[in-house]
Design a protein around this ligand. Structure first.
Ligand code: BG6
Length: 480
């Protein structure tokens, strides 16, 4: 490792998503998004998805951390840490409040003009996700979300509008956040946040899921094509939730089960994004399950023409697959169970903490795709204690440090081209999964609790100063 130096243009920064921090859910002409009808859950308690906004419920994304009005103050803090890039999303509902209008909302466009200008003032490169769990709610009510082919056109229009508008301000784009997350069909949340779909009782979940994925993939490929036409210098990536599945034992049956899980939950999406064609294992799956999809010859051509330039990933944890039920396992499909891994610890939210899994993941993705990889999410959701104006979050530093070490090994020893690293929730924000504020990831503490009370005051945590040194030394100084 001594002979290796991280490239000088490596993109160190932080990541967030519009709906988790902007708030101002009705300001500037914004429409209601699917995140706006999700109540707060708790650790171990799912969020509720309500039919519209109902009185007597608490919706944490409505105010979030009010980044909409405080972004200047927050970006100044990011600049103080030395960020070279900042990943956020454009709330689709600020630009097309309902999703199906013919003209965009100028006030929404102006907000992102001002936001990107503020970032560029500090030489912070914006890294933009087009769709991060926040599609217009109207598209769900009127069209059933991504069940409907017409969404391809609506999304393409949104993509074209913002890529054209910001073509001189934004170079790095991603289409859909964690598009593969929805394949976890046990969890209603996954389908909702990715596709605006709640499965009906008795319907063929796999058939609906596969169709929605197809339309989203075509929309993603269209956005890539459009983007490359608008500015050939754009770097447009996909974004995959990278949760590698280890076989629970070395029994061949566990190995095959883990391989199947990798294909269905990850590679299916990556293969489509990178190779632009359906992998044969998915064609076989559809044949076996009698699933016939609406796929046209034009769709197949678009998929082929809209391949991504890089692979964005989130990495938080690994998972373990068993071919037979075990103690505390969960069935995900016939002969496939997720199981506990006795070799790795868990966070307070039960997420398996596995830094080596990051190196393993980077190698796997590189071996298969030969594309640059951008780690656009990684982080440790934890309870923080604010005492006398200070937060000593050594546990967060420990988590991030160990992951950066493994990333460096993947770059130095395995030759994986990693473009950048943007820890998730660089400022505390609303948890996507639980709606909590107190599942904190940030280098910057925000005074707000799970019930929505607090002054929204920002306070630097110990990790703030640690990350500043990491960036300053280009990843050489990770602390003792
Ligand atoms: C990823 C999402 O799944 O994980 C983020 O892209 C999310 O939106 C992050 O916030 C962490 O998950 P959670 O549930 O702790 O917020």
């Amino acid at each position: 490792m001594d002979n290796y130096k991280i490239p000088h243009d490596f993109l160190w920064g932080g990541a967030v998503a519009a709906h988790q921090l902007e708030g101002a859910y009705r300001k500037g002409g914004k429409g209601i998004s699917i995140a706006d009808v999700m109540t707060a859950g708790a650790n171990g308690k799912d969020r509720e998805i309500t039919e519209g906004i109902l009185p007597g419920h608490y919706y944490p994304n409505h105010e979030a951390i009010d980044f909409y009005t405080r972004y200047r103050e927050d970006i100044k803090l990011f600049a103080e840490m030395g960020f070279r890039c900042f990943r956020t999303s454009i709330a689709w509902t600020r630009i097309f409040p309902n999703g199906d209008e013919s003209e965009p909302n100028e006030e929404g466009l102006q907000f992102y003009d001002a936001l990107f200008d503020e970032l560029l003032k500090y030489n912070i490169e914006p890294v933009i996700t087009l769709s991060h769990f926040e599609m217009p709610y109207h598209l769900v009510e009127q069209y059933g979300g991504w069940r409907d082919r017409r969404l391809v056109g609506f999304f393409a229009k949104f993509a074209e509008t913002v890529m054209e508008r910001y073509k001189d301000k934004v170079k790095y784009w991603m289409t859909f956040n964690e598009i593969n997350n929805q394949s976890s069909v046990q969890n209603a949340w996954g389908g909702w946040t990715n596709s605006g779909i709640l499965y009906q009782k008795g319907e063929d979940v796999q058939a609906v899921l596969q169709q929605a994925v197809h339309y989203e993939m075509v929309a993603s490929a269209l956005a890539v094509k459009i983007g490359h036409r608008i500015n050939p210098k754009f770097q447009i990536g996909c974004m995959l939730a990278m949760v590698p599945f280890y076989p629970r034992t070395c029994s061949p049956a566990d190995e095959v089960a883990a391989q199947t899980a990798m294909e269905h939950r990850l590679y299916y999406y990556g293969d489509l994004h990178v190779f632009g064609e359906y992998p044969s294992y998915m064609e076989a799956f559809r044949r076996e399950h009698g699933i016939a999809l609406d796929i046209t010859a034009d769709d197949l051509e678009t998929l082929k023409e809209g391949c991504v330039d890089y692979i964005g990933i989130s990495y938080y944890m690994s998972s373990t697959i068993s071919s037979t039920p075990t103690e505390d396992s969960t069935k995900v499909a016939e002969g496939i169970y997720t199981a506990r891994n006795p070799y790795v610890p868990k966070s307070d939210w039960g997420w398996q903490v596995d830094p080596q899994g990051l190196r393993y993941s980077l190698r796997l993705l590189h071996q298969r795709y030969r594309k640059p990889i951008f780690i656009v999410e990684n982080g440790f959701g934890a309870y923080d204690k604010l005492e006398h104006g200070e937060i000593h979050d050594s546990y967060r530093v420990d988590y991030l440090k160990k992951h950066i070490v493994e990333m460096k090994k993947a770059m130095a020893l395995d030759g994986v081209p990693v473009m950048g690293y943007t820890p998730w929730g660089c400022i505390d924000l609303v948890s996507a999964g639980s709606g909590e504020m107190e599942k904190r990831y940030g280098f910057i503490h925000v005074d707000k609790d799970n019930q929505g009370a607090g002054t929204l005051t920002r306070t630097k945590k110990d990790s703030f100063w640690w990350y500043q040194k990491v960036i300053e030394s280009n990843g050489e100084n990770l602390g003792t």
